[in-house]
Design a protein around this ligand. Structure first.
Ligand code: UDX
Length: 438
């Protein structure tokens, strides 16, 4: 099927490649010329394992092309996926949906009546209805719009797009359902559950899924707060409750908490939308979920202070800046926030990350970025593990014991081999538990 993918950020670029990979003829649309040049040269422009290789493969196969504007080429597409961003509005918790409205306005002049418009962006429930209204003002037929939320995770984005654990489509016509069944035919026939709902449900599914995931993480982190003052161990607690299948052990890792371009923004946007709809109380707990999450970052600073006293004149190494491993995304990253909080508290802060340092350097020149991992430990008074990259988990503590000036490590993700670090002479502190044997 000939399709367009409008907006080539994380979601759009990955979706465009995935759709080409399953055999569709894909035209990617992006207004940012720099991004377009990068995509045409086979680079997605962000770190995502396997994506650039797949992009190069699909460009070479001729199934994927990129352009900045609609024309007769995009006019003949049967389906238009809208994948533009919906960032948090400045000074408010709500989501900015203006890029969606621009996308729809740009699309209207070339849209034909047999083409389906499919939103994939994460939106406040009710947005699709407003977009349809806008579209219908601009075309002289009944525009067909559907919603198909995307659940991809950074770091496994392409895999998640090609083998999603479910496809959710919100439709209001048989025509829309049939088109979506056709475009996802290969996935449906390979057994991916295909869930058909009304449009508001499909919009809400994505917000609900992310709110649930954020709640799970903050739940265990709230237990960590109790564990820290009672001598209990939140990691052992997570393991113990996780064996109950109704609870499950996934997304129960306690530590410095969640960040990134989705969970924080999406719980805030859901709260804002519920308030607009007059049912803010229904999700008022999400404000506390957000607060629990942010308090974990402050807890790390408190631990540093409890060991080092005032931080001014102290040198702190933060391992990791990305919000999670296998990503260079530093949006709302707990690791980066901890580095900034330590800096604000007066410390000299060294940051190491395998892939995200270029972004840190350009946004936060006040932080000292060091590329070489061993060099980063030089003369530091404390080490904070904030993103659980493999190279940190597997680090030989002995190899850096003589490089630091004070052997103190805070395990912000509960992933270090405590014994090995202690044997190398380090005092080990962690979130959510008291470490014996220091
Ligand atoms: C998330 C959703 O998982 C995905 O379905 C949606 O499409 C987009 O938002 P992503 O932002 O890529 O994906 O990251 P995810 O893997 O969900 O992790 C989010 C954050 O939670 C990370 O900062 C991670 O470190 C943290 N996390 C995750 C925990 O602190 N504990 C856990 O147990 C799991």
């Amino acid at each position: 099927m000939k399709i367009t993918v409008i907006g080539l950020g994380y979601l759009g670029a990955t979706h465009a490649v995935a759709m080409a990979k399953i055999g569709h003829q894909v035209i990617g649309l992006e207004t940012n010329e720099e991004k377009l040049d990068s995509l045409r040269s086979g680079k997605a422009g962000f770190y995502e394992p396997g994506l650039d290789e797949a992009l190069v493969e699909q460009l070479a196969a001729g199934r994927l092309t990129f352009q900045s504007k609609h024309d007769e080429n995009t006019a003949s597409a049967e389906l238009h996926f809208i994948c533009v961003g919906t960032p948090q509005n400045k000074g408010s918790d709500s989501a900015n949906t203006s890029y969606l409205f621009s996308a729809v306005r740009d699309l209207a002049p070339i849209l034909h009546k047999d083409a389906l418009v499919v939103g994939k962006s994460t939106v406040p429930v009710g947005t699709a209805a407003l977009l349809t209204e806008e579209l219908n003002k601009l075309v002289d037929f009944d525009a067909q719009l559907a919603w198909n939320p995307e659940f991809l995770r950074e770091g496994t984005a392409l895999e998640d797009s090609l083998k999603p654990d479910r496809l959710v489509v919100g439709v209001n016509s048989q025509f829309a359902e049939a088109k979506l069944r056709e475009v996802f035919a290969s996935m449906i026939s390979s057994g991916v559950p295909f869930i058909v709902t009304d449009i508001p449900t499909a919009e809400l599914v994505k917000s609900a899924a992310n709110a649930f995931l954020a709640t799970k993480i903050s739940f265990i982190n709230s237990m960590a707060e109790i564990a820290e003052v009672s001598g209990a161990n939140a990691s052992a607690l997570a393991e113990a409750i996780g064996y109950d299948e109704r609870i499950g052990n996934k997304f129960l890792r306690n530590g410095v908490g969640f960040g990134g371009g989705c969970l924080p923004k999406d719980i805030r946007a859901l709260t804002a939308r519920a308030e607009e709809l007059g049912v803010g109380q229904a999700v008022s707990y999400l404000k506390e979920i957000d607060q629990v999450n942010l308090r974990r970052r402050v807890r790390v600073i408190a631990l540093l202070k409890s060991e080092l006293g005032e931080l001014s004149g102290k040198k702190v190494l933060v391992l990791g800046a990305a919000f999670k491993p296998d990503s260079d995304d530093i949006r709302d990253s707990p690791a980066l926030d901890i580095a900034l909080l330590a800096k604000k508290a007066g410390a000299e802060v060294i940051v190491h990350d395998p892939v995200s340092l270029p972004g840190v350097r350009s946004k936060h020149p006040e932080l000292i970025c060091v590329e070489d991992l061993h060099e980063a430990f030089s003369g530091v008074d404390a080490v904070v593990l904030a993103t659980e990259w493999k190279q940190y988990r597997e680090l030989d503590a002995k190899s850096i014991a003589d490089t630091v000036s004070n052997r103190l490590v805070i395990d912000g993700r509960n992933v270090l081999n405590v014994k090995a670090w202690q044997q190398a002479g380090f005092k080990v502190l962690a979130l959510g538990r008291t470490i014996e044997g220091n």
